[in-house]
Design a protein around this ligand. Structure first.
Ligand SMILES: [Zn+2]
Length: 148
């Protein structure tokens, strides 16, 4: 994930796949074992290194409704402008930028099949709850004395 400025005479299109190890996932309920595929455009303009990158991979988490392990696509886009003066030894590594961008796009909860089939059981339960509280709404509406 190193960009060597000295080799960057013109715009470069860089397409690569990385092992997900660099993500250093330590969460109990998050697995990332698919390759991270990147597609990027890298160039220098007016003293800035520009990295325009799209990364695609997958992550696995347990469905928050039924607990089934579910695999979800993950995509992150990065646009970096780094002053070349600030780049030590003319080598820039976008590893941390890529890692942060990917991890930020992982939600805290997932549902299998985007909408867990077991959710309907929960909905039924919620409807019952609503009915149970209905009499209170009637009382409020019908109250003659205490308007507002
Ligand atoms: Zn589910």
């Amino acid at each position: 994930m190193n960009i060597f400025l000295n080799n960057l005479n013109k715009e470069m299109i860089i397409t690569k796949s990385f092992s997900p190890d660099f993500l250093e996932i330590k969460e109990k309920d998050l697995t990332m074992d698919s390759l991270v595929k990147i597609d990027s455009r890298v160039y220098i303009t007016n003293g800035y290194l520009i990295i325009d990158l799209t990364a695609k991979t997958e992550y696995k988490m347990h469905c928050s409704i039924c607990n089934k392990l579910t695999s979800q696509p993950l995509e992150a886009k990065i646009l970096l402008n780094i002053p070349t003066k600030k780049i030590d030894n003319s080598i820039y590594s976008y590893k941390n930028d890529l890692r942060n961008a990917l991890l930020l796009n992982i939600p805290n909860f997932v549902e299998c099949e985007k909408n867990c089939p077991n959710r309907k059981h929960i909905k039924k339960f919620l409807k019952k709850e609503e009915k149970a509280s209905y009499p209170f709404k009637i009382l409020k509406k019908g109250g003659k004395n205490g308007s507002t």
